[in-house]
Design a protein around this ligand. Sequence first.
Ligand SMILES: Cc1ncc(COP(=O)(O)O)c(C=O)c1O
Length: 351
Amino acid sequence: MSWVNELARPDIVALKVYEHAAWRPQLERLHANELPWSPFGGDPAGGLNRYPEPQPRALVDRLAALYGVARESVLVGRGSDEAIDLICRAFCRAGHDDVLVCPPTFGMYAVSARIQGAQVIEAPLRSAHGFALDEAAVLERCGPATKVVFLCSPNNPTGNLLDEAAMLRIARALAGRSLLVVDEAYIEFCGRASLAAVLREQPNLALLRTLSKAHGLAGARCGALLADPQVIALLRKIIPPYAVPRLTLDAALAALEPAALEATGARLTMLRQERARMLLELAKLPSVERVWPSEANFALAEFADAGAALARAAAAGLLVRDARSYPGLARAVRISIGTPQQNSRLLEAWS
Ligand SMILES: Cc1ncc(COP(=O)(O)O)c(C=O)c1O
């Protein structure tokens, strides 16, 4: 049996897949109970009356090229949130298996695990060491029931990159035992390359990528899982049949055109400059006690009075994120880097 089938829920491995309406664009469609006319109210590109292509080939190919992996290693869905959910559902038996996370980190890993009935095990990042990965704790706490380990690099909400060599050592140590999922939602904002280049030699490594952040498509809901083709094939069994809406497909393909990618690159440069300015200026504010370095499109700052900082931002018409509920961040606020004007307004509100 393959390592994926041994690791995954046996009932999912055995699941007979739903047969969605066949995708045969050369034929006229009288097989999916659709209406033959476009909807009233607007259908600029045409075709909204039709169910979309399940894993749209054009988008999968563009993402595979962009991320430097084979098309069989790509699963596209409604944001990386969907991939997180699918992974927990496919690999964890409710009441039996567990998922390991490294707080403070993105909350959806634990939420998706709990929705699935999986136990959540923690190996906290080391706050005294810049929120570094605690490699020994991860390996020590990974037991036979730990099916999935989620790491986030750059990490949300702390903004730091995790040590690449440590992540790869963890992947190797867990080979055949657990899936190591590295969430690279913010990778475009930092100077480090994705781990995509090592996917082939490390089949239990999977990567989360998204068009929500660097590509400015959070409202379209489009993300991808990059993984061993066997993992992708397993998750394709449980992803809802039409996971990429037609409007999302059109918006994603447009954002992945060469000219759009070039313009995105220029925006990323500007965003990094603004991030550098914000990190510097925030640190000068008397109300700010600490600013953490960031490799993402946000800054994490600790205030003498975080409640007052939140209130002053709101009074200036700006919403920043209350990060006080994260473990070890009792006075922290997370600030997404905005336009230069928005950033200046925020600094002024806090001066
Ligand atoms: C680390 C991380 N992963 C994933 C997501 C979700 O991204 P998506 O919009 O692709 O679902 C977020 C959203 O903030 C995030 O911070």
